[in-house]
Design a protein around this ligand. Structure first.
Ligand code: 73E
Length: 829
């Protein structure tokens, strides 16, 4: 009856009742069906969490529907695809973002009200997917949203860690870490693909053989682990397209240690099989420090190998000739973490597809592009040669061959300049002979991207100076951006309505340039009233959250001043705390009439310290010690409150950012490659107090430096200031606040001693002393501006209006055109 596949599909489609319906009644029915058949609870008795699960599954059905259609369409059109490889993705929650992007938020809200539930309450039930450390990982998540929204034929590939970034709990002001077993209660947003799996091989030996008269190396691996796909649909906004984020989990392979089974060691065979799973167990919680760990290398290779097998299989479904590969495939490597993929592509093309080396290399050079996020040469990843040779012997050999050819080429340009050759070599000689993963990427990639203009400049003139001189055309600037869908539409619905109302359109949600239209109304009193109300409601929500978590009551009239990001010396949370101590000290020394002129502040700090990073942990403790003193001092009252928000993550950011007045970005100039938190604050109309570092420089260009509070040494002044070293003491004010900490004014004198030493006798590498006076001036300017609420509101509106450039939509369009050579492929409705 169904000789024709299409007829069969159409009959089935008819039986399914066509597409899923999105009216309120159909949604209610679907939710209840999921309560009964997915969650297996009675429809007469289920709690908020079960309601969330059912709701999430009904949303997931709608995502899957679009995702199928999108992939069918991509398959039919066979456009060039971009494959985005990243070891980290910080997705946060999915529910609200999904229903907004699907365009059925109102219908769902209505359906839930009818069932006696509240959408927002259920959304709070969802835990964060925290498969990343910070900016780099959240950037990857924002870029996936833009890729889907702009209809690009894209795939994301990464690792499905069992444990995401640790949870931070604070005990007596000290950070403790707890594992984040985020899959405990199930994950409705992923689809397990038991049939999509690939073996990934490790260890073993190399053997020489003659194949078709040619000598070649055969890798005989010693271990095989299975990579199983988990697919996460990513819906675009205002389009039917939904793309895929495919994350790999490690499972024991059937071939894993077969020997033990046959020798009868049944129990040990099973125990050793389980070891395979450790590869995707846990996310490394360290950003920017590399320890050359075997597990980390195995994670990198594991996800890269599985992804490349998947990509090549998809290519081979439709093509026979690898000459076409660069026309169909672009591979983006997110920092150097996935750069072992370069050696893996060479291995697959040469050893498995039997291409000539030079042909294979030509293909590799045409498909790869890389984005570097590090600023310092020390931040670049290196893998000890012994380690790589043991885990991936064939890859080490391939890297040596790549390096040999690179050196031959360099000699043609630089002759016998051995210093230069050794700096550019992929192999670093030294106490521990290592592979420089960045140099491997630079040798191969056709494009090397920096994440802000200042950052690209640093790459060109310092970090990769030699490479820039040789291949200037490879270096490109792709200033980071964030998605306005999550950072305005999802997290600040009142601001979203205000923008749409004043612009007379919702089109800015897809075309954020339109947001500049707000400039025209920056002085309009009606807009000011709406804007201030919006801010106050968001502050109220944040104040409630603060009180629940920390029992500190804060005044809504105070300026909410926020610094939330990973704790790092270079990000200078310590400068912020010392500034708070200065403010406290001033208030303590005021008489009542002076106090009336003080602008009340709530200083909010949040962020995680890497578990082994002692200095960062001390900074967290100092923050709590200062908070204890200040918040309990009756002389101070509402004039100053200090709050540390524990367990900072994406969903906390969604709550905190809309409720802030001022945000701080204090990195020592030249240390923050870009910074993306500042862009989220900017979109939400929070004023920025920042150093001229990373993207802040470009923000100042967009909104006007007069609409933010810039301070501190400039990027090109920093090296000379450091040269001056210890002869450069901070101001008297600086000495005074450091002395207060040293003298035990906040307790824990011995514990904080090293923090004080670092910024005084220790050379003050991050220039806190030098920048302190200028920091206090910027803070005073912020106070003055806040007193004039009309002026402040105008600056706030101009911040949002000037945030258009910092949308990840712009960044992704630049990548598509300048690096990847891909075109949109829009699935018809
Ligand atoms: O300046 C940020 C930048 O905004 C930079 O520090 C960060 O990437 C952001 C997005 O471009 C970053 N993360 C890492 N390196 N740079 C990193 C390194 C190792 C592991 C995890 C993250």
């Amino acid at each position: 009856e169904f000789g024709d596949r299409r007829a069969k599909a159409e009959k089935m489609f008819g039986l399914m009742d066509g597409f899923l319906k999105n009216d309120s009644i159909s949604l209610q029915k679907d939710i209840l069906d999921h309560v009964e058949f997915t969650v297996a609870r009675s429809r007469f008795n289920f709690d908020d969490f079960e309601a969330y699960q059912a709701l999430a599954h009904s949303v997931r059905d709608r995502l899957i529907e679009r995702w199928h259609d999108t992939h069918q369409y991509f398959k039919k059109k066979d456009p060039k695809r971009i494959y985005f490889l990243s070891l980290e993705f910080l997705m946060g929650r999915s529910l609200t973002n999904s229903v907004i992007n699907l365009g059925i938020q109102d219908q769902y809200a209505d359906a839930l009200t009818q069932l006696g539930f509240d959408f927002e309450v259920l959304a709070e039930q969802e835990g964060d997917a925290a498969l990343g450390n910070g900016g780099l990982a959240r950037l990857a998540a924002c870029q996936m949203d833009s890729l889907a929204t702009l209809d690009y034929p894209a795939w994301g590939y990464g690792l499905r860690y069992q444990y995401g970034l640790f949870r931070q709990i604070i005990v007596d002001g000290f950070q403790h870490e707890q594992p984040d077993f985020w899959l405990n209660f199930g994950n409705p947003w992923e689809i397990e693909r038991v049939h999509v799996s690939y073996p990934v091989k490790f260890y073993g030996t190399l053997k020489e053989e003659v194949l078709n008269g040619k000598k070649c190396k055969i890798w005989i691996p010693g271990e095989s682990v299975e990579a199983v796909a988990y697919d996460n649909p990513i819906p675009g906004y205002g389009t039917r397209n939904a793309i895929n984020l495919r994350l790999w989990a490690a499972k024991p392979s059937d071939q894993y240690d077969m020997e033990s089974y046959t020798t009868g060691d049944y129990i040990n065979a099973i125990v050793s099989r389980q070891k395979a799973e450790t590869i995707s167990n846990v996310l490394y919680p360290d950003d920017r420090s590399y320890q050359g760990k075997e597990l980390r290398l195995k994670q990198q290779y594991f996800f890269v190998s599985a992804s490349l097998q998947d990509i090549i299989r998809r290519f081979k479904d439709l093509h026979r000739n690898f000459d076409e590969f660069p026309e169909k495939v672009a591979l983006q490597i997110n920092d150097t973490h996935p750069s072992i993929s370069i050696a893996e592509v060479m291995r697959m093309l040469v050893d498995e597809e039997h291409l000539d080396w030079s042909k294979a290399w030509d293909i590799a050079c045409r498909i790869f592009s890389v984005t570097i996020h590090a600023v310092q040469p020390e931040g670049l990843e290196k893998i000890p040669v012994d380690l790589l040779g043991n885990v991936l012997p064939r890859h080490l050999e391939i890297i040596y061959e790549i390096n040999h050819r690179l050196m031959e080429e360099l000699k043609k340009s630089f002759g016998q300049d051995y210093d230069k050759l050794s700096r550019m070599s992929i192999i670093e000689e030294g106490a521990v002979k290592s592979i420089r993963m960045a140099n491997l990427s630079l040798a191969c990639c056709h494009t090397v991207n920096g994440v802000s203009r200042v950052h690209l400049e640093t790459l060109k003139t310092r970090v990769f100076k030699d490479f820039y001189e040789l291949w200037p055309q490879k270096f490109q600037c792709k200033t980071n951006g964030v998605t306005q869908r999550r950072w305005i539409v999802v997290s600040n619905p009142s601001l979203c309505s205000i923008i749409s109302k004043w612009l007379g359109t919702e089109a800015w949600i897809r075309n954020v340039d339109l947001i500049a239209g707000l400039r025209e109304y920056a002085k309009d009193p009606d807009l000011h009233t709406e804007w201030k109300n919006m801010k106050r409601v968001n502050k109220m929500r944040l104040a409630e959250y603060i009180e629940t978590l920390t029992s500190v009551k804060v005044s809504l009239d105070a300026m909410f001043d926020v610094q939330i990001k990973r704790i790092h010396e270079y990000k200078r949370q310590l400068l912020n705390i010392l500034g708070i101590i200065h403010r406290y000290d001033c208030i303590k020394n005021m008489d009542e009439s002076d106090k009336r002129r003080v602008v009340p502040r709530v200083c909010i700090i949040g962020g995680k310290a890497a578990p082994g990073y002692e200095v960062a942990k001390k900074i967290i403790k100092l923050c709590h010690a200062v908070a204890d003193k200040v918040n309990n001092d009756p002389d101070v009252g509402d004039l100053l409150k200090v709050v540390f928000i524990p367990d900072y993550n994406v969903s906390v950011a969604e709550l905190v950012i809309p409720g802030s007045d001022l945000s701080q970005h204090l990195s020592t100039a030249g240390h923050e490659a870009s910074g993306t938190g500042c862009m989220k604050f900017l979109m939400n109309g929070c004023l920025l107090l920042a150093t001229a570092d990373g993207s802040a420089v470009e923000i100042a260009e967009e909104i006007g430096a007069e609409n933010m509070f810039l301070f501190g040494a400039k990027v090109d002044e920093v090296p000379a200031l450091r040269e001056k070293g210890t002869t450069l003491k901070g101001s008297l004010q600086f000495a005074r606040v450091v002395r207060m900490v040293r003298d035990g004014y906040f307790g824990f004198k011995d514990y904080f001693k090293s923090l004080c030493d670092n910024v005084e006798d220790g050379g003050d590498f991050y220039l806190l002393g030098y920048d302190f006076a200028s920091y206090l001036e910027a803070q005073a300017a912020a106070d003055r501006a806040f007193v004039d609420q009309e002026k402040w509101t105008q600056m706030s509106i101009l911040s949002t209006a000037g945030s258009g450039k910092f949308s990840s939509d712009r960044t992704i369009e630049e990548y598509a055109e300048q690096s990847w050579g891909i075109e949109p492929c829009k699935c018809p409705f």
